[in-house]
Design a protein around this ligand. Structure first.
Ligand code: NAI
Ligand code: MG
Length: 335
């Protein structure tokens, strides 16, 4: 991620989407507006409601808005999520999926000192579109590992570690069984590591990693892994630190970046004004760091931490009774 301010004014694509996506986006924008940064928001439609209204859940105009922006904030889609968010990632070639796993006070975190980043390859592995086939005996899925894509994600993980004062990168694979594909991933990992002599390296099998995440999560700083393993381990990580209302993510490519909470549109609580906005806000903080606004990111982050620490203004998922906008107000008062 970049480390210093890149522009005087930023063009930000804002896609609230469905359900609580709209509510957490409104709360987040209200805090961003207090940060003294010149943002030009361009709103785009996507999701179930948009599909009903326009005939498609992801209109071409929305993709163009994302293409022309410095970065995109995305709330959540509903049932059309696969046709919206997965399609945006593919169209924009957002190859890196970043999922920070960090414990915050007054949450349901299992440990109070977890802080690591999962860097997941987002374009190949076992999740390539239209590559599953029915056969006479059953079905076959293909798993693709290319040198180009794996080198790109591994370099991204090392660069991330170097730029964010992390001292170690852990590669996660299953090279004992998937000897050719994950053997290649592991080989590339150690080849690229030579370009980063100041960063410590280690590698684990994915099954062992699933256990270590529970027994010694403090060991991890940056994990780099292939698509499916990253998907599974990052949800395990979410469970470690207390749930969906707190987990942000980033999708990053050469030509664009999109920041979104990991949660969906939450139809069970949508419209009640009680969704936790913090996952969306932490996603916006990742965006601030991506565009180089690190001071604003630190300030926003500290204000969230203060509100969580005080434990007075929390939404119901964290055991409180505050509304989405009350949490936003409390955070603004602590900036
Ligand atoms: P979900 O994340 O929307 O909700 C799961 C549970 O967590 C619900 O009980 C919900 O109330 C709660 N929850 C989620 N976020 C919360 C927040 N910020 N504050 C308080 N509670 C929160 O996942 P679910 O129920 O599996 O899916 C609902 C819809 O969302 C589906 O239509 C699904 O396709 C879509 N979805 C979209 C995603 C996206 O746009 N990236 C990701 C995941 C699901
Ligand atoms: Mg997942």
């Amino acid at each position: 991620m970049s480390t210093s301010r890149t522009k005087d004014k930023y063009n930000i694509a804002v896609i609230p989407g469905d359900g609580i996506g709209k509510e957490v986006m409104q709360a987040t924008i209200s805090v961003l507006d207090e940060l003294d940064i010149d943002f030009d928001y361009v709103y785009g439609e996507a999701g179930d409601e948009c599909g009903e209204k326009t005939g498609t859940p992801l209109p071409k105009e929305t993709l163009d808005i994302i293409r022309n922006a410095d970065a995109c904030l995305f709330g959540a889609a509903g049932e059309s999520a696969a046709d919206v968010i997965v399609k945006i990632r593919q169209e924009m070639k957002m190859f890196a999926n970043l999922r920070p796993i960090k414990s915050y006070p007054n949450t349901n975190a299992l440990f109070d000192d977890v802080d690591f980043m999962i860097v997941r390859e987002n374009t190949e592995g076992l999740y390539i579109a239209n590559q599953e086939k029915l056969t006479e005996d059953g079905a076959i899925a293909k798993r693709i590992i290319t040198k180009k894509a794996e080198k790109r994600i591994i370099d991204y993980a090392f660069d991330y570690a170097r730029d964010n004062n992390k001292s170690k990168v852990t590669a996660v694979h299953k090279a004992n069984v998937l000897k050719k594909s994950d053997g290649l991933f592991k080989k590339i990992f150690y080849e690229e590591a030579e370009n980063y002599p100041e960063i410590e390296t280690e590698d684990f099998y994915v099954d062992a990693t699933a256990m270590y995440l529970i027994t010694q999560p403090q060991n991890f700083e940056v994990i780099v892994t292939t698509n499916l393993f990253g998907d599974i381990l990052s949800d395990e990580g979410a469970g470690l630190v207390g749930g969906l209302g707190l987990i942000p993510s980033a999708n990053i490519g050469k030509d664009g970046a999109l920041f979104e909470p990991v949660h969906g549109s939450a139809p069970d609580i949508a419209g009640e004004g009680k969704a936790n906005p913090i996952a969306m806000m932490l996603s916006a903080i990742m965006m601030l760091r991506y565009i180089g606004e690190n001071d604003a990111a630190d300030k926003f982050d500290a204000a969230i931490l203060k509100v969580l620490d005080e434990g007075k203004t929390l939404t119901s998922d964290l055991g409180g009774s505050a509304s989405t906008m009350e949490v936003a107000e409390a955070i603004k008062n602590n900036l």
